[in-house]
Design a protein around this ligand. Sequence first.
Ligand code: PEP
Ligand code: MG
Length: 754
Amino acid sequence: MLDILRRIIQEVNSAADLDQALGIIVQRVRESVAVDVASVYLKTADTGEFVLSATEGLRKDAVGHVRLAASEGLVGMVGEREEPVNLEDAPSHPRYRFTKGTGENPYHAFLGVPIIQHGTVLGVLVVRQRQHRRFAEDEEAFLVTLAAQLAGAISHAGASGEISHVLQASEGVSVTLKGLPGAPGVAIGQALVVYPPANLEAIPDRSVKDADTEIENFRVAVTAVQDDIRDYANRMSSILPAEELALFDALLLMLGGDSLIGETVERIRAGNWAPGALRETIGEHVRVFESMEDSYMRERASDIRDLGRRILTHIQGDRPAIGAAYPRTVLVGEEISIGQLAEIPHESLAGIVSVSGSSSSHVAILAQAMGVPAVMGVEDMPVGRLEGQAIIADGYRGDVFVNPSELVREEFLRLQTQESKLTEVLQHVSRQPSVTPDGVNIPLYLNIGLVSGIENEVHANGDGVGLYRTEIPFLMQDRFPGEEFQLRTYRKALEAFAPRPVTLRTLDVGGDKMLPYFPVIEDNPFLGWRGIRISLDHPEIFLTQIRAMMRASVGLNNLTIMLPMVSTVTELDNALVLINQAQGELLEEGELVVRPPVGIMIEVPSAIYQIGAMAKRVDFFSIGTNDLTQYLLAVDRNNSRVAGLYQSLHPAVLGAIKQVIDQAHILGKPVSVCGEMAGDPAAVLALMGLGVNSLSMSASNLPRIKWVIRSFTREEARDLLEQAWQLESPREIRELYNAVLEQGGLGGLVRAGN
Ligand code: PEP
Ligand code: MG
């Protein structure tokens, strides 16, 4: 059963469009459950009707014509109950409706299972049989499993089909895809599809002008792979037995034969570029092998995939780096890396649309810092079909419009104009002090480090830097940067902001931030070797960093050091020993270093309960709400499937922050917030009520947050918090704060937020 399931899902996943996907489903289900009829009814988004969308066994001409109201008949009942309905004799059931024109007369046994994705019923999968019988438990379980796995493929194929329809249409028909707000703003531009190197599946189609040169390059790449394989075979000949060596011959045979190469060349001649043509050919051959009964032959599919990847690597060998493909580039990809963002000149980068991730992924945070609109988690986006298409990304609502109509375009252009007016107003506010109307000063610091050039950020009127993510200098190198390199990097930031304080956070890699030269492969990276844990296990790296930080501050003395991911007092003690050691060594070497204030991030729940012990050892706390929210709510900050649960205005998160601030204040230690919450106007109102001492955020959020602070007294914020404590759901709490912002005339600042 598992094998059959896997094969059906693979076939459906590689279907070109929804019709083909549904056709495969009904055909395979009818064969594998041995029934007379297998049908899929899809639910329409507007009327909620169930439309017969594919069938094996009923009359084909009924497809698209048989429509059942939302709760009509047995199909409606399955949709309504959201559970399987298994009947021995369907016609005798009170909800049974006979539908004319399907030729369904003689069927008695009925089993319908809902197709549900993210809590929404997309359709119903139905099997029927002439005889009277109740379907067995394992048959029902099989269909339920299949339907659960197919839901994603069905909605993906639907979106993919719609897009290909749009691409074929000469007049643009707008297709809307749903994602999550990643960074605020509206991007209007052209899609530039980016993909990881040698990831054949992610290669887009692209048209080619000079087919002959493309074919020549392709052939050169194939020859290079043949040479590689011969090399491997030679090297292995003394190690491997002859049978195993035959595998290399088989690979060479495939590369020499006409099918893989000839078909790819044909496709290039038809207008696709070599990587796209190769993807199609390899995909087709892989499908043939994967559908074979013999498990040995099925395994050969992976050899073909591997050959495809090898050829691609050679083709890409002389691929130029991505550049400004379009004047208004919207980067589109399965997963967009920080490096890819950096490759696009800032002035051409209009927006980002990513299949994976959410608003708290580092790429989204970077986009916020750069003021670039981003939509994340667009799961149904057929990336490979979007190259060069006109695209609008609405980073406020998480919508993406492909090939938008003129009307939609105009509406978004209007929104962009409104937005720049609001920015002007905010620019004015940003030069005022960050003080509430009742005189409470709440300094606003900047989060920097994700953007390489700090020059622009210095002028953003921040009171200093509250979080410098030092990972980025590490990410930009091909080895651990040495003390002198780090010294120069940190000195630049400290000088640029002096005499304002600059908080340098020690290395926080692990989780979703991996150094290319220091890979950490773990099942649970967010619960693994991260942040301070790595630093303490590698004192040589930590000491180098601390020394560079302290030396960078000589004569300026505006350095503050912050430690990430601290979960136990022992970790803190060990880190302090190393900080003291670094300072001692530097003094001995004659460097006039002074001991900077040292603080920790509160982002692991265990730290909340040890504030007393921690406060005795540090000068300040800064709450990292991005991680604190994920660890407290057990919601992966990068997983779009659970992004709806990632709520920083959750009563538990607010309760935790309250505990930290109250405890720290009793012990006389200030508390800042440096997670994304600090840049979210509604959340800032809550933090003001909780008594936070300062905030640190992306430069692009600073003006709006200053506006909030200058608009509400601390008393008002405290009263609001009293009301918020009465509420039990994050949604209600956000609504409360949004309503207050609207009343205060700050409606333009209200966004979906997290
Ligand atoms: C946080 O976790 O809130 C934080 C500021 O750190 P990072 O986003 O870099 O993990
Ligand atoms: Mg963190």
